[in-house]
Every structure is written in C-alpha cells, then in structure tokens.
Write a protein that binds this ligand. Structure first.
Ligand code: NAD
Length: 653
C-alpha cells in the first residue's frame, strides 16, 4: 500500500480505517479481545459510525478486510442469541443487520469484500452487501450461510442478495443445507468476482474496486428463476425436497427460508410472525445449545502451549478401523505408517484411502500427496519414529498386551500409546506396561470419515498431561474429543446398548423392524436402532449387548439371526436384506403412539447413569457426546436436555 493515513476514531475498538493518498479506503475488522471476528451489537454500531464518517468525505473506493489470521468474519455473535425471548428482541436483532447492510449496499462509492478464511452467516451477508467480492485462494477460505443449522434464517439480507447474485437454485441449496463453498466453488458460482492468490490479493482488490465494472448479477435462466412464474415453481420444488428430508417438520427454519424468499423477497421484517415463530422457538434454542456444546468439545481439542502437534502416527492393525484411522490421519497432513501382520492385509486399507482422497480432495496433486503420506509398514519400523502409536488390532486382551510389550521399548520416550478398543478395560490392558500411564484410549467410531466424535479414555491419574495431548491430536484431525473415563462402553456404546435391546425386545413381541425404525426416524434419529444394529454387525451387537446390558439371555430375534449366519449388512441379511449398501424395507405400519418414548427411555436413563458414575464430566458433555456420537435428534438439545424439558413442560401444564 502507498502512503496511508489512519483515521480510526479512538472509540472504534473493532475497526481500523486507513486512507491512501488517492482516496482509496481500507477498512479492517479486528474485533477486540477475540480471536475471531463476530458481528456483535457493538461491532455493528461501530460499522454504522464508520459509514457516517465516510459519508462526509466519500472515498474513491472502500475495501473491507479482516485483521485476523483466523478468517474474515465468523458470523453474528451467537452469544447474543442466548436469552432471545420476546418478539421485540427478535425483531430488533433482524432489523439491526438488515438496515445496516442495506445502508452499506447503497453507499455511492464502490465497495469490495476481500475474503480470506471463513466468511460465514452475517459475515457473508456483509460481503453480499458490497459491490464486489474477492476470495483469497487458500485452503481455509469458506463461504456459507449456515443459519439453518442453528434453526434460524439469514435475515440480514442474505435471503434477498444471494438468490439475486447466483440464482435461487444455488442460493437455496446453500441456505437450506448450510453447505460451504471454497474459493474455487465460490468463483464458479459467481458468489465472488474472482479468486486470487494471497500474494496478489491487495493489488487485485485495489484494481478491482476502482475498475468501475458493473456489479455481478445472476443472468439468463438463473435470473428468470427469481421472478414469476418460475419463482413459485422453484419454491415448490425446494419445499418438496425439504419435506422429504424432514417429513415431521422438526426443523422449521428451512421452510421459513423458502417462504421468506418466495413471498417476502427475503425481507423477514415484512413477516414479523415468521421472525417470532422461528427465532424464539425451542428448536432454535436447542440448536444453539448444540452449537455451543460443539464449541465446548472443540475447545477440548484446541492446541495448547507446550503441546507439540503430532507429526507421525503409527497405526497397528489395518482392518476396518485401523485402516480408516490411518487414512484420515494422512488426509489431515500427518505422516502415517500402517502395520499389520502382512502386506496383503494392508492393501485393502490403502485402496479405501485412495478412494477417500479422491472424494475429499478434488485436487489430484493434493490427493497424491495424501496418498504418499500413508506408508504401508508390515515390519513396524515406524514405531521408533512416531509421536503416537495407535493400536487397532483384534479385540483380545492377550493379543493387545503382547503387542504393547513388543512396541513399548521401541517407542520414543515421550510418545503416546493409544488403543481403539471399544469394550476392553484400559486398567487391564495397561498391566504389563513399564509405563502404564502412557496408554490412553482414543476411541473412534465407524465409519471414521463420517463420525465427528472421538472418545478419549483416561484409565488412571493423568501423570503427564497425556489426555490433553490426546485431545489436541483429535482436534488436529478436525474431530470432536470427548474426555471419558474407563467404564464399560464408555459413554456412547453404553447408552446405545439398552436402546438397541429395547428395540429388539419389541421385535420379539412381534412388531416389525420397519415399524420400530420408523418410530425412531420420526422422532428425529438419523437411522432406526435395527438398521443401526445391521450396520454395526449383529455379532458385534450381541457381544456389546451381553457386556453392557448384563442380560444373560439375548433377544430371540438376535440369537436366531446369528445362528442362521445373518450378521446384518456385512452378510447381506440381518433385520433387513441388504443390497448395494442399502436396507430393503417394507412399508411400515404406523408406529403406535408412545413407541418412540418407550424406546428412548433406556437410552436417557443410561446417559444419566453415566453422568452419575462420573464417566463423563457433566450432563452437558453427556448430551454433546450422545448427539455427536449417535446422531441423537439435535433439535431436542440432547437426551438429558430433552428429558428435563419434558419434565418442565409437564409440571407447568
Ligand atoms: P478388524 O478385524 O477389521 O481388524 C483388525 C486387524 O488387526 C486385522 O487386519 C488383523 O490382521 C490385525 N492384527 C491382529 N493382530 C495383529 C498384530 N498382532 N499385529 C498387527 N496386526 C494385527 O477389526 P476392527 O473392527 O478394525 O477393530 C479393531 C479395534 O477397533 C478393536 O479393538 C475394536 O474393538 C475397535 N473398534 C471397532 C469398531 C468397529 O465398528 N469395527 C468401532 C470402534 C472401535
């Protein structure tokens, strides 16, 4: 930049305004006392003051950028949504951003948002109110309107400006799923004018904002779709898709977004009844709770001072779990050596990893680099170099202990030894180690690539901060660590076992699997308990059930199927016949009233027991673990929160 004059007024804590000699202004958002930029009421008030000051001496162009390494703007400040109780408060919140961004959109000088890193929710709505947008082409650049995931809508102009910019089909897709676009996709959609390499970002921004080019708009068919008669057709189609995904209407924000776009041109202030119904709903409150729980888990996985990131992971056991854990670690940039009894047993894991990289990393060079980081190592040479050794071999105490004896003395002195065991006691597994404290559980769920939660299991006193190091490793993998103690089934499997047992008892009583599963998907679970049992494998479900429910006699329906060799998805037949990875289901009878409540009760009760036993630190963490480990209907806020709300509602009616 050439010579600049800073004209920040001392009362602006969150914005810095600088002017170049030729009149171009750079406005940097750098929220005070925060690692990320969130649009709090104070930040928004100051932006209005900045616009006031520019009004008296308009710049030749204004470039808005971030002073944070973390990204551009993470969205509205969700902490200000907590305690949003009255219609007046909800209305004021919408009005604040709607008016301010309309004002930004109508300034007489050209404006440009220079986006690097995350640009989410209100942050993207601010960028949409600028005449131009540039996305800096770095891996973390990500543009999204994820409000729907919090049970709310993008009410600060996003529902009007995004469809006008990229057409309603692409815009509704982004708004109804919350799905992000990286720099490449954003440019392809027309969401940004161009993507730029970091070293050219400032000069390109400068040239672009002064270019006098007309603002980008959706054209052709995409533009027509914003107008009658096509608009109502697009709305109907989107409505149908939303209903197919959520037939019970558990998530009312998605249909509200369609209504606000199609009937109110994206202006929620014109539909105060919708604002009130959505923003102050239990669903929005519960989804906000889930968001905050997720942030809490993420903070357990934050890198801390004194904890070095894991660079080399050695995985022993290249089966279902070990192979996929190794693949995921290499995807996330670590060097991984993968050991099994021979090379032939490692080969299928390498094949799955290659498919994963092709799917996740669109760039073939990045996919190649990830594949190169994953090294087959049948001799186990990597043990001596690894910062972390993960054992994922057969579920047998003696086999695991023999392996630990063989690797412990070869490991680096400060390396961690982790087991992925689902059911064995860590206290038992540790016996025989010279340094028992260095064994910890890092319990991934299947399928590794899809499941966000990882339980970090502590077996005894944490002498060297091993748990914090293990949690930081899980954070490095982009997953959510849940610290738990060494108890049968830890948290997640312990709560699933009595729930699946209750479902199987219903089958024994003559209810069809389809009806039972339907009761639970209607309740809001991503999958019914019997389809889940088939997916896990009925032999594994039996073993877990026997251990975790203290039931001498397994359900008849389970024992019969296992004796016939019907083990679920992997054998092609279980509670359902499986074809191409999908369960074939008959049309279910309507589940009787109260069935879901009856099936869910043992899960809730067991969750409470695990809290009482101290397996997990508190009820909130337990809810978080059950939501992210089982998919427990997020709109309920978690099993214990759901139970408490029900008790509260019963006592107040
Ligand atoms: P798997 O049978 O698919 O794979 C185990 C692998 O370990 C096999 O390839 C086997 O050859 C190898 N192995 C056995 N002994 C070995 C040794 N001494 N040295 C090197 N390799 C050896 O098993 P899996 O389902 O991947 O389970 C592995 C672990 O993960 C178990 O502890 C299990 O409880 C746990 N787990 C499994 C799941 C699941 O859904 N499958 C989920 C979470 C945790």
């Amino acid at each position: 930049m050439t010579s600049t004059t800073e004209i920040s007024s001392p009362q602006w804590r969150h914005w810095r305004l600088e002017r170049e000699a030729d009149g171009l202004a750079w406005l940097t958002i750098d929220r005070a006392d925060s690692a990320v930029n969130a649009l709090s009421a104070e930040v928004m008030t100051e932006l209005a003051q900045v616009l006031d000051s520019l009004q008296s001496a308009p710049p030749t162009g204004l470039i808005i950028r971030s002073g944070k390494a973390a990204g551009f703007i993470a969205g509205a400040d969700v902490e200000e949504f907590v305690g949003l109780d009255t219609p007046q408060q909800a209305h004021a919140l919408v009005e604040r951003g709607w008016q301010l961004f309309n004002r930004l959109a109508s300034v007489p000088y050209p404006t440009l948002a220079l986006i690097q890193g995350h640009c989410l929710g209100g942050g993207l709505e601010l960028a949409l109110a600028c005449r131009y947008r540039l996305a800096v082409d770095v891996p973390g650049t990500s543009l999204a309107l994820p409000e729907v995931m919090l049970g709310i809508f993008p009410g600060w102009g996003g529902m009007r400006r995004l469809p006008a910019l990229i057409g309603p089909a692409a815009a509704l897709d982004m708004m109804l799923t919350g799905r992000p676009a990286d720099a490449r996709k954003a440019a392809a959609l027309g969401l940004v004018d161009a993507r730029v390499p970091p070293r050219l970002s400032d000069t390109t921004a400068r040239r672009h904002v002064l270019s006098g080019k007309p603002a980008h708009r959706a054209r052709g068919i995409a533009a027509w779709m914003n107008h009658a008669p096509f608009k109502s057709l697009v709305a109907k189609r989107a409505q149908k898709q939303v209903e197919a995904k959520d037939p019970q209407g558990h998530y009312p924000a998605a249909p509200a977004i369609i209504t606000l776009w199609s009937q109110y041109d994206g202006n929620a202030l014109a539909a105060p009844q919708v604002i009130d119904r959505i923003l102050t709903s239990d669903t929005a409150r519960n989804l906000l709770r889930v968001f905050r729980l997720q942030e809490r888990l993420k903070s357990c996985g934050k890198a801390r001072e004194g904890i070095s990131p894991v660079q080399h992971v050695h995985v022993v056991g290249a089966g279902t779990m070990g192979g996929d854990i190794a693949a995921w670690c290499a995807l996330k940039g670590m060097t991984v050596t993968l050991q099994d009894q021979d090379a032939a047993r490692i080969a299928p894991a390498i094949g799955r990893a290659t498919a994963l990289y092709a799917r996740k990393l669109k760039d073939p060079y990045a996919a190649r680099a990830a594949a190169d980081r994953l090294v087959p190592d049948p001799a186990g040479d990597g043990v001596t170099r690894a910062d972390l050794v993960i054992e994922a071999i057969t579920e047998q105490v003696e086999a695991k202990q023999a392996l630990y004896r063989a690797v412990e003395s070869r490991m680096k002195p400060d390396a961690i030894l982790a087991t992925n065991t689902s059911s064995l006691s860590l206290a038992t597994l540790r016996t025989g180690l010279t340094q028992p404290h260095r064994l910890i559980g890092i319990h991934f769920f299947n399928p590794v690539a899809q499941m966000p939660l990882v339980e970090v299991v502590q077996a005894g006193p944490d002498e060297q901060g091993i748990q914090a190091r293990a949690c930081a490793f899980v954070g490095q993998l982009g997953k959510l660590p849940l610290p738990v103690s060494d108890a049968p089934g830890f948290l997640v499997n312990a709560v699933l076992a009595p729930y699946m047992l209750a479902a199987m008892r219903q089958v024994d009583d003559g209810v069809s699997p389809e009806t039972i599963d339907r009761a639970m998907t209607d309740f809001g679970m991503p999958m019914g308990p019997l389809e889940l049992a088939d997916t896990v494998g009925l032999d594994i479900a039996l073993a877990a059930g026997q251990q975790l429910t203290q039931q001498a006699k397994p359900p008849r329906c389970l024992a019969d199927r296992i004796s016939r060799g019907d083990l679920g998805r992997k054998s092609g037949q279980g509670f359902y016949a499986w074809h191409d990875g999908k369960a074939r289901k008959q049309q279910p009878a309507t589940p009787p009233a109260g069935m879901a409540e009856k099936l869910i009760a043992p899960l809730i009760e067991r969750t409470q027991q695990q809290v009482d036993k101290g397996v997990v630190a508190d009820a909130d963490l337990a809810d978080a673990g059950v939501i992210f480990g089982t998919g427990f209907a997020p709109f309920t806020g978690g099993p214990l929160h759901y139970r408490n709300n029900k008790l509260h509602n019963t006592s107040t009616t």
